[in-house]
Design a binder for this molecule. Structure first.
Ligand code: BDP
Length: 719
């Protein structure tokens, strides 16, 4: 006893004193923490949830809503809520027109809610003061329930709730790049959450928590496996595993999709060809679709990466992407399934600027895809870089629904180690103007279907989820999952608002914490751009794993695998000339943009070296030379990383100790790696330009060769 006491005594000095720290936080609960409220906040919530009135004979989806309220209110108020049949003052009423026909007589805008929207309203029913959560469907009710809980967690005035919310995008999807051996391509959060080996018999309880988190954001689709797909996913044992996952996700409104390998019929040794125009091939896929739908009646469809990075596809048979997509679309159409055909294509036989290839391949196919095909286009024309201009396909295919693909996992932004809030990047892309139908033709309007009146709309994100306790590999990376989901629901909403919401729910609703965490989030991505790829530089990460700088890499087989291809730095200057004198990629944008981008003076400086090759002494708006500006940006990036670390350290007294420490440790690494990026890139660019360090700046401590010698054969997430 005495010994134990001796061990524990010093600990008691550092034990948490904050009331909310009774329980150690490890991040597992995400933004659905429901920690105990006190004082006025508790009284306020308790008064609006005296009882829960819900539909009789609740469906699995409605049961999920009730269970979440139970969990949330028990957590916040310390007592389980009363379930009631009768409406009384202070009731929280969950209702659809089917469960409560009277709803139709209350003058509510039910018709505008569609199949997934919801309404929250503090109002009187039968003379009783209640909060109504109403929807036309059970899934709308579940979304509304999460919205009410969010309002409570973010300390909104629940007595004044009056909102209608309807998703602007139909397909709000996560793409998992999870392999069948449970590794995750570009995953930095541990193993795949899909325990394929144990499925279908064992369904990990985590799948339910995964579904809850997604439903709380409105995410309604998930493709379970890597786009670099394997034939086995289409065999009976794996279809059964996917079906078991689908069963868990279904009540939460999430449909399962699979990524398929084009050559599967040949590789499974069932056919000798995968030619999409061969009738036998079409028949094979029809049969396969029937088999999948027998196991998963609401199966979403196929995600396809074809003729890209060595993957097989219809080009192998001299057929087009439309031929390929349509053949699969015909197989899925009788079941209501969709084909999500990726436009991330570039070929080893094509010497055209990589940034131009997808547009060149796909634009001639506009109007040739069947109605159940969406073309899935990455946000930018290269590959998920810290900053890219929007992909020129957006707005340029009026007859084809384009689904935007973002990366949530941070392959090119410091993995799960660095803080980089991607909400900021998603917003920058979504609000970019394509000018395709005059000013105001934003990417958001292309993908929500308004610009061209498309019937199908979608947004997908490459998931950053794994079996790590934090789900995303770090606490702050949860914010990227959150912002993605919320923006998919409303692509015109503000990323900063979502940062605030996330901060309030994840850490504390204390405005000081919310503002400080929001500041960290909102500064983080620009910091990463500055210390990695300022002024429009891109793809200068080290090869293969993409960890750390590798601007010197120049010996890989294909030109576009080498960072030197993207920065083109030499003694005379730096940058990729995408104007008329170069690859003329700017001609793929609307004339208004093409004109602006043709001149470095009218090109936003953040994209300068993406579109122009310029001499090192080119005069920037700041008055500095291009070289001095570049060094200045690298320095600003390092300073910003240090600033993030300091801002976080100031929060130590108000954040639970474990999470504070875990984030603090990563921020130290982020600052060190920011310096490494700065030093290595400056050393390299200096070695090719022969320029001296600008006055007042520090020379890198090592020679370029010393940076070049660093190797990371076991960096995580390798493709
Ligand atoms: C690249 C990744 C690679 C993916 C590819 C894709 O490095 O692992 O397979 O994207 O989107 O950024 O298919």
């Amino acid at each position: 006893m005495t010994t134990i006491y001796k061990v524990l005594a010093p600990l008691s000095l550092v034990l948490p004193l904050h009331p909310a720290w009774g329980m150690e936080e490890d991040g597992y609960d995400l933004w659905l923490r429901y920690r105990a409220l006190g004082g006025a906040a508790k009284t306020h919530v308790a008064a609006r949830a005296k009882s829960i009135v819900h539909p009789a004979d609740p469906s699995l989806t409605t049961q999920a809503a009730i269970a979440e309220l139970h969990r949330g209110l028990t957590g916040m108020l310390g007592a389980s809520p009363k379930l009631a049949r009768k409406i009384d003052d202070g009731a929280l009423v969950l209702a659809t027109p089917a469960s409560m026909p009277k709803l139709k007589t209350l003058g509510l805008p039910l018709a505008s809610l569609g199949g997934e929207g919801y309404l929250l309203r503090a109002m009187k029913i039968d003379g009783k003061k209640v909060t109504l959560v109403a929807a036309n469907t059970d899934i709308g009710l579940l979304y509304g329930t999460y919205a009410w809980l969010r309002a409570a967690l973010t300390r909104r005035d629940l007595g004044k709730l009056d909102e209608v919310s309807v998703p602007k995008v139909q397909l709000r999807m996560l793409n998992h790049w999870d392999n069948l051996d449970r590794t995750v391509e570009r995953g930095y959060a541990g193993e795949s959450i899909w325990d394929w080996w144990a499925l279908p018999d064992v369904k990990d309880a985590r799948y339910v928590d995964y579904a809850r988190a997604n439903a709380s954001l409105g995410i309604n689709a998930a493709s379970l496996n890597n786009v670099n797909s394997k034939k086995e996913i289409l065999t009976a044992p794996w279809i059964a595993k996917a079906a078991a996952v689908a069963d868990v996700l279904r009540p939460y409104g999430i449909k399962v999709y699979l990524s398929v390998r084009w050559s599967a019929p040949v590789e499974l040794e069932e056919l000798q060809t995968a030619d999409p125009l061969d009738a036998k091939v079409g028949a094979w896929w029809k049969k396969k679709a029937d088999e999948i739908y027998a196991a998963i009646p609401d199966f979403g469809g196929f995600v396809v990466k074809a003729n890209s990075e060595g993957q097989p596809g219809p080009h192998d048979y001299q057929r087009t992407h439309a031929d390929g997509a349509n053949m699969l679309a015909e197989a899925l159409a009788p079941h209501g399934g969709l084909v999500l055909w990726r436009a991330f294509v570039y070929s080893q036989h094509n010497t055209e600027d990589r940034a131009k290839q997808a547009y060149s391949d796909f634009i001639p196919l506009d109007g040739k895809f069947l109605p159940n095909v969406l073309v899935q286009v990455k946000n930018g024309p290269i590959d998920f870089q810290p900053r890219e201009p929007f992909h020129p396909m957006f707005g340029a295919m009026p007859k084809t629904p384009l689904l935007i693909e973002f990366q949530i996992t941070k392959e090119y932004l410091g993995f799960a180690t660095h803080i980089a809030y991607l909400g900021d990047m998603y917003e920058e892309v979504l609000e970019a103007d394509t000018y395709r139908k005059g000013p105001g033709s934003t990417v958001a309007k292309v993908i929500d279907g308004r610009l061209h009146g498309n019937a199908l709309t979608g947004m997908s994100g490459v998931a950053n989820i794994g079996s790590s306790r934090t789900w995303s590999g770090s606490h702050f990376d949860q914010a990227n999952w959150y912002a993605f989901g919320r923006l998919a629901w409303d692509p015109e909403a503000s990323a900063k608002d979502f940062a605030k919401e996330w901060a309030a729910q994840t850490f504390s609703s204390d405005p000081k914490v919310v503002n400080a965490v929001t500041d960290i989030l909102m500064r983080s991505r620009e910091a990463v751009v500055d210390y990695m790829t300022p002024l429009g530089l891109h793809h200068i990460m080290d090869t293969g794993h993409h960890h750390g700088p590798g601007p010197w890499v120049s010996t890989l087989k294909r030109p576009e695998w080498n960072p030197t291809y993207y920065h083109q730095a030499g003694r005379d200057g730096i940058g990729f000339d995408r104007t008329k004198t170069g690859s003329n990629a700017i001609a793929q944008y609307a004339p208004e943009l093409e004109r602006a981008l043709s001149d470095p003076r009218t090109t936003p400086e953040k994209f300068l070296l993406w579109f122009h090759r310029l001499p090192w002494d080119y005069k920037m708006r700041s008055g500095r030379t291009l070289w001095a500006e570049m060094v200045h940006r690298y320095d600003a990036g390092v300073a910003a990383a240090a600033d993030l670390r300091k801002r976080w350290s100031r929060l130590k007294p108000v954040i639970d100790p474990r999470r504070h420490e875990e984030v603090a440790a990563l921020l130290v690494v982020q600052e060190q790696e920011a310096k490494w990026w700065r030093d290595a890139c400056i050393a390299y660019f200096q070695s090719v330009s022969g320029l001296k360090m600008p006055a007042g700046t520090k020379a890198p401590p090592l020679s370029v060769d010393e940076y070049r010698k660093k190797h990371f054969p076991y960096a995580p997430g390798r493709g």
